[in-house]
Design a protein around this ligand. Structure first.
Ligand code: OGA
Ligand code: NI
Length: 351
């Protein structure tokens, strides 16, 4: 038998069949013909006037997009005029592509299959626990505080650290604005969520999905919810992200210069289930490589997470018990990506 491949990228370009360890059981395949492609299904919110006279209108729009309304379950929104310069976005996407095009020997300097390692290159999701592999390589980075991590980031391409540091600083600014707006939309103090997170954490992934000869048989990432607080996703111009809305998978086609924002499990907890951490997945295609760059904003590991007291009353009892983010995160990585939400393990009672 050939030696197991550590990374997918170069290997993917040499095969004309999906190797058996990537093939999903028939009951768990993407059924791409059933996916809806309605561009209007995920709200696009213009953040231009967030600090002007339209403040409360925009806060309201954000709140609506985070919850169920008009019989639609969202938990996903897109934002434009978000304050991250277009050039910075383009630099980031180009850099990610450049990184995955480096010779494999160069990329492998960053390899680790240990999920507890902060900054590492790996493949699939968690190669130590999963039964079926995913058609993805990824570089995972911690970004906060920057100076604790930058020296562990790749140094090749030579501009890597500078470009990523600039990008994640700007994205952090956007995230803090969104967290204020979301707090407000829940009727909480503006700084409620900010304060709940203790020291805050910011992680990032550079996801690389090589072209796949049989995209019907496998996933880039199977359906999952994000375990963190809120995710700010940048995708290149190749479609692949899909969101489960009313039981149907809907493609979120790329809009230039727009970020996709999704509510993560911790936001669902803090909001006491008012806001939803929605299932989403990444599918692959046979023609084009695809790059996506999610920023995962999260509580620090020691932060105590639980429903906001202001959102608990007789009609809305606490749905979740309090827990530390470290507890949650460990459970998430150990159980693997699964459509049953990890949140169920943190419910207030077993009712
Ligand atoms: C993720 C994710 C979607 C994508 O990394 O958690 O959902 O389009 N990525 O790559
Ligand atoms: Ni995700």
């Amino acid at each position: 038998m050939a030696a197991a491949k550590l990374l997918l990228t170069d290997f993917a370009f040499t095969v004309n069949h999906v190797p058996s360890n990537y093939i999903r059981p028939i009951s768990d395949r993407p059924n791409l013909a059933d996916v809806q492609t309605s561009d209007a299904s995920i709200p696009v919110i213009d953040l231009q006037g967030l600090y002007g006279p339209n403040h409360s209108v925009i806060v309201h729009q954000i709140g609506q997009a985070c919850q169920e309304y008009a019989c639609q379950e969202y938990g996903f929104l897109q934002v434009k005029n978000h304050g991250v310069p277009e050039a910075m976005i383009n630099n980031m996407v180009n850099l990610a592509r450049e990184f995955f095009r480096l010779p494999e020997s160069e990329r492998l300097k960053n390899f680790s299959d240990d999920p507890s390692k902060a900054n590492r290159l790996s493949t699939s999701f968690n190669v130590k626990t999963e039964k079926v592999a995913n058609w993805r390589d990824f570089l995972r980075l911690h970004c906060l505080p920057l100076e604790d991590h930058v020296l562990e980031w790749p140094s090749n391409p030579p501009s890597f650290r500078k470009v990523v540091a600039e990008y994640c600083t700007r994205v952090r600014g956007l995230t803090l604005r969104l967290l204020e707006a979301i707090s407000e939309s829940l009727g909480l103090k503006r700084d409620h969520i900010d304060k709940t997170l203790s020291k805050h954490g910011q992680h990032m992934a550079l996801n690389y999905y090589p072209p796949c000869p049989q995209p019907e048989l496998t996933y880039g990432l199977p359906g999952h919810t994000d375990p963190n607080l809120i995710t700010i996703l940048l995708q290149d111009d190749v479609p692949g992200l899909q969101v489960l809305i009313n039981g149907k998978w809907v493609a979120v086609n790329p809009i230039p210069n727009t970020f996709i924002i999704n509510i993560g499990d911790q936001m669902q907890v803090i909001s006491n289930d008012r806001y939803k951490s929605v299932l989403h997945r990444a599918v692959v295609n046979c023609e084009k490589e695809r790059t996506s760059i999610p920023t995962f904003y999260c509580p620090s590991p020691d932060a105590l997470i639980g429903p906001a007291e202001e959102l608990i009353d007789d009609e809305h009892p606490a749905v979740y018990r309090n827990f530390t983010y470290a507890d949650y995160y460990k459970k998430f990585w150990n159980r693997g990506l699964a459509t049953e939400c990890c949140l169920d393990m943190f419910k207030a009672s077993n009712s």
